[in-house]
Structures are given as C-alpha cells and as structure tokens.
Design a binder for this molecule. Structure first.
Ligand code: PEP
Ligand code: MN
Length: 372
C-alpha cells in the first residue's frame, strides 16, 4: 500500500507525527518513507510493507498527513506505474529534465583512452549543440588481460574538459561502490564542473550489493542497463533495488540480448520493449544501439545499421540514446569497430531529431484517433 502525503508535509509537523505514530501501531506492517523533490514542491510517499490487504483504505486515508492511498501490487513498488497517472515521474539533474517525455542524446567514448581524444570528442559535441556524453573510465571486460579502463586517474581531465566544453551530464559506468566516492571526490575537488549519471552495466544488472550501494546515495542519477541474459521482469526488479534503497532517479537502458539469434549483430535488438518499459514503470527509457548492433556496417540504402536500430528505438518513444563515437576508431582501446566517427555526429543528430519528431507526430495521430 502506498500513501501519498499532502505536498510539502514536513516530518516535524504534528500531522506527520500523528500519522507515523498510528502506522507504528499496526501489527505485521512496516513502512518506508520516500521523499521526492519536484520542481515546485516536495512530495512524500510512504510505502507500507507486510500484510496490507487487511488494512482499511479509508481509515488510512483519514490520517492527517495523508492525501490519498493507492493499493499497489508487489511488483516494482516504487518505480511501477500502478495505473496511477498522477504520480510525478522522472527527475531533474544539472538543469535537465529526464522523464518519459524528455529526449536526450548521449554520444561519446565507450572508453576514455587519451586526453586528446576526450577533448576532440567534447569539442565536437559542443560545436553540435550537445550537453551530454558518455565516457567509460571503469570498463568491465570479458578478458582479465584486456584494457580495464584508466579508472580514477583519468577522472580529473575528463571532468575539467567537460566543464570547458559545457557538458552537463556524463554517463559513466561503475563496477564497484568505491567508484562512487572516487567520482564524487574528483568532482568536488574540481569544483563540480559537470555531472555524472552512474551507469550499471549489463554484466552487473543483478549485482545486488552494487545496486544497493548506488541506491543509498541520492547525489547521482542512475542509468541501469538491462541484463543481457535475463528476463525483462528481472531487470526491472534490479531497477527497483535502486529505488527501494532510496534513489528512484533511474533511467532504464535497453542494449540488446545475448543470443546467436542476433547474429551477425553483437546482440539481438530488443527496442520493441521501449513502450513496454514505459507501460510497466514510470522510468525514462534509453536505447543503446552501439552495444546492440556492434558494427559500423552501412546498409545498401546508405544508412548505418546502428542508426537503423537507434531509429527503431526513438520512433517507438525512447527518451535517450547512448551511442559510441570515437575520433579514431582504429586507435580505440575498447569497441572501436562499433564506434561512429566525428563527421558522423551531425547526421546522427539530424536523424535522431527526424525520428523523435516522427514519434511525436505518431503519438498525436494515435491520440487523436483513439479519442475521436
Ligand atoms: C558500455 O556501455 O560501455 C557497456 C559496456 O555496455 P553494456 O554493459 O551494455 O555491455
Ligand atoms: Mn563498449
């Protein structure tokens, strides 16, 4: 059961105190409080856990701090949709809005290699009006002998250059909870020139201790990749781990499923699930066509296969695209073959805007017809 409190309820107010006092008397029921800072007001949600079926909705609704009560299913308690369209969704970060209606492009390096490549990438992003990027410092690799990423040593120049070129948010994978502190300390030391969206990679989707650690902090939003070999339900529950620990600022990213059925692509593109994730949860949905398709092949129609896949996701309503670029793919230390080059950037952006506008036109068309 979910209790939505009156907006801007303070935990020191007598109404709040009376409400939690009553909740504490309920046998076999525990509660968790989630605070959501919206643009104009603070919303407090209280989740009742345990045998909530026996509780009377009206009695709970009559408690002084409670505005309304929603009976929710066990699935995706915090992030789920629960047929309650009125609950706020999404979040603000670094002056940008992330929700199921927003749209952002995160083009950048799969892995940071040299300061020169980072600078070239960011300079080109700025020249093309972009304020978000991806930069991998901690790389989870199949082979222990492969390049593992520069780790914390590259963070100072990555963050400084981001500030120099007006980059507001960097999607950056972390593979251990200690990386949160490394990122935080470096950002603080540099005077917070940019922001970071902590990325959980597909190999760590069910690394529950990592999820809990990331969920316990609220400074950084999270980009959670779908696990490449597990069900969608399992991956959505992984997102719920973050939220159940307190951080519901989560973007869910589809990146293809590992199966030979996807060959010759690296993974089987799963972007038909964009609207499914939007229906089951209130998370914004990202697509990563680079790790899905995994090549730089051009179809006979002249369009890169990776962009055909990206288009599928965006035209189906994706809210974000995460995509690999590199100034010199042949010199990239990770995933060079799937990287787009800097001259590809303006075309990529224009293509994605075409798809986004087509999605908006499709949405308008279908809403017009269904309401006729
Ligand atoms: C990545 O985005 O760099 C990455 C390793 O992706 P994934 O976890 O989806 O393989
Ligand atoms: Mn990669």
């Amino acid at each position: 059961m979910l209790l939505i409190l009156h907006p801007d309820t303070r935990t020191t107010s007598p109404e709040y105190q009376k409400t939690v006092e009553y909740l504490s008397t309920l046998k076999g029921i525990t509660y968790r409080v989630h605070e959501i800072q919206g643009v104009q007001q603070k919303l407090t949600e209280v989740y009742l856990l345990g045998e909530t079926q026996k509780l009377d909705k009206e009695t709970i609704e009559s408690l002084p701090a409670v505005e309304r009560v929603i009976r929710i299913s066990d699935e995706y308690r915090v992030l789920g949709r629960h047929h309650d369209e009125r609950r706020t969704t999404g979040f603000e970060y670094q002056g940008l809005r992330f929700d199921q209606n927003s749209f952002h492009l995160f083009a950048g390096l799969c892995a940071v290699d040299t300061p020169e490549h980072v600078e070239l990438m960011m300079k080109t992003l700025q020249a093309n009006g972009q304020v978000c990027t991806r930069m991998g410092a901690y790389k989870p690799r199949t082979s222990p002998y492969a390049f593992q990423g520069h780790g914390k040593t590259c963070l100072p120049y990555v963050f400084d250059l981001a500030g120099k070129y007006g980059i507001k948010v960097i999607a950056m994978e972390i593979t251990h909870e200690s990386h949160i502190d490394e990122i935080h300390e470096t950002l603080e030391k540099a005077g917070r020139p940019t922001g970071v969206m902590l990325q959980v990679g597909t190999r760590n989707t069910q690394n529950f201790e990592l999820l809990k650690a990331i969920g316990r902090q609220k400074t950084y939003p999270v980009l959670l990749k779908r696990g490449f070999g597990i069900s969608l339900n399992e991956s959505l529950n992984a997102a719920e781990y973050l939220a159940s620990e307190g951080n519901s600022h989560v973007v869910f990213c589809l990146r293809g499923m590992k199966t030979d059925a996807g060959l010759p692509h690296r993974n089987l593109v799963d972007f038909a699930h964009v609207p499914v994730v939007k229906r089951l949860t209130r998370m914004p949905v990202c697509v990563d066509p680079s790790h899905s398709v995994g090549n730089h092949e051009r179809a006979p129609d002249g369009v890169l296969e990776v962009l055909h896949a990206a288009a599928q996701g965006v035209i189906a309503g994706a809210n974000m695209v995460l995509i690999d670029f590199h100034p010199h793919p042949a010199k990239a230390l990770v995933d060079g073959p799937q990287a787009l080059t800097l001259p590809d950037l303006p075309t990529f952006i224009e293509d994605m805007m075409l798809c986004r506008n087509t999605y908006l036109a499709r949405q308008a068309l279908h809403n017009r017809n269904s309401h006729a």
